[in-house]
Structure formats: C-alpha cells, structure tokens
Design a protein around this ligand. Structure first.
Ligand code: ADP
Ligand code: MG
Ligand code: ZN
Length: 502
C-alpha cells in the first residue's frame, strides 16, 4: 500500500448474494442443484417463455425471514416483487424479478451484525435483505467447449437468490472479509445457504470510496467478479490505492462499475455500454403482494438454532474455555455439535472414574479437536461429514478415556487416531489389534530399563558425573525398545531411581 492510503479513510458497503438451499427454484418447480448436464433443469417458466405465470416459492420467503431474524432485521408486513429490466444473454425474459424499495418493500429492512473491526468491535448496519431470481450462467472458453463460441446454461436461472445489502459501515478490506465471513457463518448456521464461494452460491459486489476523515462520503466505485474472500480483499486494496493516487494527483473519482482481474491483480472499468443502466423498475403484474403474517414470523423464529455468537459465549461460560478456542469450535455448526456430543460422551465415560466433570473433559476434547482432529482431517482431506463418519464423537471420547486411564500414552493415542481415521474402527479395537496397550507393569519395565542401562555404561557414567541431560537419551532408548508403548511417567521414575544408584 502506498503512503497516500494512510491519509484517507476507506468506506465500504457490500452487496452479498446468497443462493438459497430450497429444493426447487423460486418461481417454478425445477430442482435446485449445482452443476449437472447443462439445460437439464429448465421449464418454460424459468426459460422466460411468453405467457407463463410465476408462482412464488414459500420456502424461499421463509429462508429470507430466517435470515432477517438472525440479524435483527425488521420483517415487512407486506412485500412485493418488481421487474428489473435489462438485456443480457443469461436473462431470457429481458428482466429479472427482484425487489426494490420504490416498487415494493423488500422482505427485511435494517438490522446488522457485529464483527471484529480494526480497532475493536464494529457494528455493520444492514440496509435491506431482498429476494430475487438467479440468472443463467455463460460459459466462455471452458474445457470441453469450443473456445470460439459462447454457451449458456439455464440450470441456474430462477434459483432463489437472497441479497443482503449493508450500509457503508465497513472501514477496511480486512473488515470486509470479516463481515463476509460472519454473514457466511450465520447463513450456514441457520441452514439457508451452503456458503460455497467456489461454486458461486455465495457472491459479493463491493462498493468502495475514500475520504478525508470527517468529510462527507466520497464517490463510490462498485467492484464485481470477485469469487473468494482473498480476491475481494485484494480488489479492495487495489481500488483504495488507485483512488488515493487519483485524489493525490488532483483528480476525482468517477462513479463506475469495475471488474476484478485475478491474473493481473487489478480492477478495470466495465464497458460503459453495459453500465449505463436505467432498469426502469416497476411492480411485477404477474405476482401478488406477499402478506407476511406475524404468527408465521414468530413460528420461524422458534425454529432458529442458537446463533454462533451466543453459542461461543455459552462455550466460554459453560465449559470454561478461552474465547479464541470457543470461537474456533463454533466456527461452524457441525463442529460445535461434534464438540458438544463428544464432551457429553466423555463425561459419561468419566462418570465411574473421576469427579472433575464436564469442564475438564471439555478442555481435553477441545485441545484434541483443534489440534489432532484438524490435523487428521487435513492430512486425509476429509470434509466434516466424512470425518464424522470415520471418527464419530463417541469414538473420540473413548480414545480420550483410554489415554486418561493410562491404557495408552497420549503419543500412541495420536497414532490410534490416524488409524481410526483410515479404518473407522473404535479405539479399543485398534489398540487391541495393533497391540498398543501401554506397558505399565513395573517388573516388565524394569527389565527393559536395566537392559538399556547395561548396554550404555559410558553414558551412565557421564550421567552420574553430572550430565543429567542424558535422561532424555535413555527415555528415547526405552521408548524405542518398547515401540513407544512404555508408560513414560513410570519409565522416567525408574530411570531416575536406577541412575541415582538406588
Ligand atoms: P442502492 O443500490 O440501494 O440504490 P447505493 O448504490 O447507494 O444504493 O448502495 C449500494 C451499496 O453501496 C450499499 O451496500 C451501500 O452501503 C454502498 N455505498 C453507498 N454509498 C457508498 C459510498 N459513498 N462508499 C462506499 N459504499 C457506499
Ligand atoms: Mg445496488
Ligand atoms: Zn423451471
């Protein structure tokens, strides 16, 4: 970033598009799914044939209300759809059915979410959440297609799309990422969008301007075409630099839409022809006004799960976990569920053994999940579902129980976990089959220790002359001789005793 950037404050507002996880499209019965044979999930309605009538998908409205409630939005009593007129090959009707303040109230207004800002918590207000239909997908220059032709796939046309528009309350590219990550987390928690940016089910346009602190808002530039958080951050950084240099050189920022080029790492203006939009919004005469009954909103509210922030705080209070650990565990709902299931199994396992209760178990489970389990998941490239199928939460709890009881060492436990990830077996069977039970028999260990000491008389002499660091060497030898199965605590004690000449 150039020095120029420091003088200015950046102002960012995001328009986030989330594909909803409904079974069918927003105005017809065609199924919603990613990929598949192009143009295999289409009908006269989503192809925009003349004379057809759209019928609103109730579930899409429900999901939008769910999101509104999750971000404290104000759900409208009546909401309407408008036609946004423009021509583009991926839009067969020549207009997109959307919602617009001046032609019908969007489903939700106001609300907001809190993120970790540059200097403490920042509250980003939302302007509105509305519902619209997804456009088709143009295919240029993709494997399997003639590079001289453009193709169009209408499978995506009519997939319900929820647009979440923020106020310009974001102050840096990093905050923009934090905001988007937060939205994605909430969308996933409440189960309305899978949040997959690679597949395009979550996308974002970023509006950015700069100003001297305290000045009114500057002229904004909208950046489109960013398909990951990283490219959004880069695009915003580039654009803030560009605008700063413009102002420094005595120029002005022109309001325009720019696209992000990932290879060149720069934004460039969209052709002005495509940009000169006058959408001539007007109420869609094919769709009736939606009346949203308060009782329905209340019903939906009752089905909302515990939201990530609340759950994070509960993990701190209930399990005594540090905040950053609680945050990692609640990053997604599946992980948080797994954690709680595991803690409850672990507490059951422990009930006949100790009295230290759930908090203690929670810390152990959390340590293992955030280090070993993540490692295993990463190394085996398993998604959460596969991980849970291979290592169900009760198996992890059993493994931790075996370690706690001293049946195996923590180190062996890691190998057992690797094996569990590969085979899906319960820890007891892995330990049994591989003969990994920890040697805690004093007589047996003594024999091994004596043997090692007898093999290394010089080292014993050095140790006794004061080079006590050699203890580690002896430990290593014993462990090697027992394939890591010796109870380390006992070996340590035995070695010290024998070397001291007791
Ligand atoms: P709309 O498209 O709703 O008519 P705008 O174009 O003003 O309204 O707002 C679109 C997005 O641009 C919103 O997310 C808003 O937060 C953001 N925005 C508005 N003004 C600015 C600005 N000066 N700088 C940065 N972002 C802005
Ligand atoms: Mg807009
Ligand atoms: Zn259809």
């Amino acid at each position: 970033m150039s020095d120029a950037v420091m003088k200015y404050e950046s102002v960012i507002g995001l328009e986030v598009h989330a594909q909803l996880l409904t079974n069918s499209k927003i105005f017809c019965g065609c199924p919603v799914a990613f990929g598949g044979e192009p143009n295999s999930r289409v009908c006269p309605i989503c192809l925009g044939m003349p004379g057809v009538l759209p019928v609103l998908n109730r579930r899409a409205v429900e999901y939008t209300i769910r999101m509104a409630l999750a971000v404290d939005g104000r759900v409208a009593e009546t909401s309407a759809f408008a036609r946004k007129n423009y021509f583009y090959p991926d839009l067969p009707k020549g207009y997109q059915i959307s919602q617009y303040d001046r032609a019908g109230e969007p489903i939700s207004l106001a609300g907001g979410i809190e993120i970790e800002g540059e200097d403490g918590p920042r509250f980003v207000r939302l302007r509105r959440i509305h519902l619209e239909e997804e456009a088709g997908k143009s295919i240029h220059n993709e494997p399997g297609y003639d590079p001289d032709l453009s193709y169009i796939d209408f499978n995506r046309t009519g997939v319900p799309l929820m647009e979440i528009v923020s106020e310009p309350d974001i102050r840096s590219p990093r905050e923009a990422s934090a905001y988007l990550a937060r939205l994605r987390q909430i969308l996933q928690y409440i189960g309305v969008c899978d949040g997959n940016m690679e597949e395009g089910s979550l996308r974002c346009d970023a509006n950015v301007s700069i100003r001297q602190p305290g000045d009114p808002l500057g002229e904004l530039v909208e950046i489109k075409n960013m398909n990951s958080m990283r490219s959004m951050e880069r695009a915003l950084e580039f654009e803030i630099d560009r605008q700063s240099e413009l102002l420094d050189d005595g120029g002005t920022v022109v309001r325009q839409t720019r696209l992000w080029n990932e290879e060149k790492r720069e934004t460039f203006p969209m052709r002005s022809k495509e940009e000169a939009h006058d959408y001539r919004y007007f109420p869609d005469p094919d769709l009736v006004t939606v009346e949203i009954a308060r009782s329905w909103v209340d019903e939906i509210g009752e089905t909302l799960p515990e939201l990530p922030d609340v759950r994070m705080r509960r993990f701190v209070d209930e399990y005594g976990l540090p905040q950053d650990m609680a945050r990692q565990l609640t990053e997604n709902r599946a992980r948080a569920d797994y954690f709680e299931a595991c803690v409850s199994h672990a507490a059951d396992e422990a009930s006949g053994r100790t009295v230290d209760g759930a908090a203690n178990e929670a810390r152990t489970v959390s340590n293992w999940m955030l280090s070993e389990l993540l490692r295993v998941q990463h190394e085996n490239r398993m998604d959460q579902q596969t991980l849970e199928a291979r290592i169900p939460s009760d198996h992890l709890a059993q493994l931790l129980g075996q370690i706690k009881e001293g049946k195996i060492s923590g180190k062996i436990g890691k190998d057992v976990l690797d094996n569990m990830a590969e085979t899906g077996k319960a820890p007891a069977s892995v330990i049994e089959e591989q003969g990994l039970v920890q040697i805690s028999d004093t007589g047996e260990l003594e024999g091994v220790v004596d043997g090692i000491l007898a093999e290394h008389p010089d080292d014993v002499a050095e140790y006794q002359a004061g080079k006590t660091k050699l203890l580690g060497f002896f430990m290593g030898q014993v462990m090697r001789a027992t394939q890591g199965k010796a109870n380390p605590k006992m070996v340590n004690e035995l070695l010290r005793k024998k070397l001291a000449g007791d």
